[in-house]
Design a protein around this ligand. Structure first.
Ligand code: 5GP
Length: 194
């Protein structure tokens, strides 16, 4: 571990683009030695989500205290009253284990991480086929109300415009192809592809 140089892999995209599937796939590849950055959020857990695994679910009050105490590397009010953020302790925790950090975060947060650690971060934007396809995927997922889906769709166009600011763009039109591309990018950044 003496020569360990911790890297950061940011995967950002509009909600429903499939970035979570890609991140999970990469986490399953032992050779990459990745650990998921668990974000803190003030939103309610969805049925299957586990505190301390998917997110640290905290109250709005606690979230705001953390902001005041400068405990976040980045944070964002991604949707109204739904705050999300990366705690500084999270990256420290993962690097201390000799692992690289992988993030599943929104585009603004992703670009902030890149700005803070430009030489250690690979920032990847996951592009959906179209905004219409996003809507179909979100409806199929059945985890949000119509109102929430519309909120996410409205945000998607703004998010899509940030794609050129990322180091790499993966088009998620065909999941198998996207997964392979993601593997190649991470492998290349870690110098495993020689
Ligand atoms: P969801 O509610 O679907 O879990 O997440 C909503 C959005 O918030 C997604 O785009 C997700 O990637 C993003 N997100 C999750 N954690 C963080 C975080 O720590 N910081 C930021 N800026 N966004 C996050």
């Amino acid at each position: 571990m003496e020569n360990f140089e911790g890297k950061l892999f940011v995967f950002s995209a509009p909600s429903g683009s499939g970035k979570t599937t890609i991140v999970r796939h990469l986490l399953g590849q032992e050779k990459f030695n990745l650990e998921f950055s668990i974000s803190a959020t003030s939103r309610e857990p969805r049925g299957f989500e586990v505190d301390g695994k998917d997110y640290y679910f905290i109250s709005l009050k606690e979230f705001k205290e953390n902001i005041k105490n400068d405990a976040f590397l980045e944070w964002e009010e991604v949707y109204r009253d739904n705050f999300y953020g990366t705690l500084k302790t999270e990256v420290e925790r993962i690097w201390a284990q000799g692992k690289h950090v992988i993030f599943d975060i929104d585009v603004v947060g992703g670009l902030r991480i890149k700005k803070k650690f430009p030489d250690k971060t690979l920032a990847v934007f996951v592009k959906p086929p179209s905004v219409d396809e996003l809507k179909i995927r979100l409806k199929k997922r059945k985890t949000e109300s119509d109102e929430k889906i519309n909120m996410r769709i409205a945000k998607a166009s703004v998010e899509l415009a940030t794609a050129p600011q990322f180091d790499k763009i993966i088009k998620n039109y065909d999941l198998e192809v996207a997964l392979k591309e993601a593997e190649d990018l991470v492998g290349e950044y870690l110098g495993l592809n020689q």
